[in-house]
Design a protein around this ligand. Structure first.
Ligand SMILES: [Zn+2]
Length: 348
């Protein structure tokens, strides 16, 4: 079945009239096909940091829950997810079934002994980390290393991360690294990883290095800010001080990253799923320009993952809005229509 959408295509706002017969946009008209939606067209949204398929840390991957989470993403206009860490091996339909987003994933989190959530991730010795990460990246394109965890935990050293980057690149893969402490963040930037996840407590002086090396930042700002609201009631101590200071500085850090030319990606890291619009709002509230905040959840994130936008030959994803969503980013939560792989999968 041929589908047609018409309207103003972001990022540039030119008027387009697009058809898809299957999973590719074309401008070749098909007689007798009326548009399923008209308005402002955004290439399908991207949640670049989400862990669907488990409700709480440590729980096993549940296929039914996974599909439910992915459908929540689709209803919110999300056509693409990146999962930097999953609770288990995803089923074959993950990322491919018609009703679920395209997906990139990094398999289990690769973590140091004595760190991270019990029951999640794979504990790996430093000496084994490059080979284990490369094997994962060879399978799924990405590996994810948790470079730091608790306040008193030693981070993965920069030379180890550098060796991991080299091993992962050697198989054509990319490396995402979790950091929430200054030392771990510095090690990740020095190593030249592909994406820094969270980046809380990152030294702002390193942002220019990140921009120069093409290291992306997925600040998961709305998740960190909402956790901050619960941490302020906790007893005083080093752990609380770390979180309050880091989370409080995180919005200005994120805005400074965008200003410095770092590619910022929108990632929610959180339940409920399908709330990437909240992350875009958080980015804008932090001072990221609305156009850039939207790019972080759509065309810029798609380009980062190798997917073109609303152009002939591109994968046929789109979210359609009645108004230009940049003028009121709250509208992002309510697409008029969602097209995924050339199919209308949701209509408001
Ligand atoms: Zn995460």
């Amino acid at each position: 079945m041929v589908i047609r959408v018409r309207g103003w295509a972001l990022p540039h706002g030119e008027h387009v009239d697009l058809y898809a017969d299957g999973d590719r946009w074309t401008t070749d008209p098909v007689p007798g096909v009326a548009p399923v939606a008209e308005g402002w067209l955004v290439p399908g949204l991207v949640d670049a940091h989400t862990h669907p398929g488990a409700e709480a840390p440590g729980e096993a991957l549940d296929d039914e829950l996974l599909r439910a989470h992915l459908r929540q993403h689709v209803r919110a206009g999300v056509a693409v997810i990146r999962s930097p860490g999953l609770a288990g091996e995803p089923p074959p339909w993950f990322g491919t079934d018609p009703d679920v987003p395209r997906a990139w994933h990094a398999g289990p989190w690769l973590v140091q002994h004595g760190q991270f959530f019990d029951g999640w991730g794979r504990r790996v010795e430093h000496a084994e980390l490059p080979a284990v990460a490369a094997a994962q990246a060879a399978r799924t394109g990405w590996a994810k290393v948790v470079a730091d965890w608790g306040v008193d935990d030693a981070p993965v050293p920069a030379d180890v991360l550098t060796a991991v980057v080299e091993a992962v690149r050697a198989v054509g893969g990319r490396l995402a690294v979790h950091t929430q402490h200054a030392a771990g963040g510095a090690a990740a930037v020095v190593a030249g990883v592909d994406s820094v996840e969270h980046g809380m407590c990152l030294d702002p002086d390193l942002l220019h290095d990140m921009a120069a090396r093409g290291t992306a930042l997925t600040p998961t700002l709305s998740a960190i800010t909402s956790t901050l609201a619960t941490v302020v009631d906790k007893p005083e101590g080093p752990r609380k001080r770390w979180y309050v200071d880091g989370a409080t500085a995180h919005a200005p850090l994120t805005a400074a990253a965008a200003e410095a030319g770092v590619l910022v990606l929108a990632g929610t890291d959180s339940a409920p799923h399908g709330r990437v619009a909240d992350e875009v709002l958080a980015l804008a509230a932090a001072g990221v320009h609305p156009h850039t905040a939207l790019a972080a959840a759509s065309w810029a994130a798609r380009a980062y993952l190798g997917l073109p936008g609303l152009e002939p030959g591109a994968p046929a994803d789109a979210a359609v809005y009645a108004e230009d969503p940049r003028t009121d980013l709250r509208a992002l939560s309510h697409p008029e229509a969602v097209i995924l792989r050339g199919r209308l999968v949701h209509r408001s």
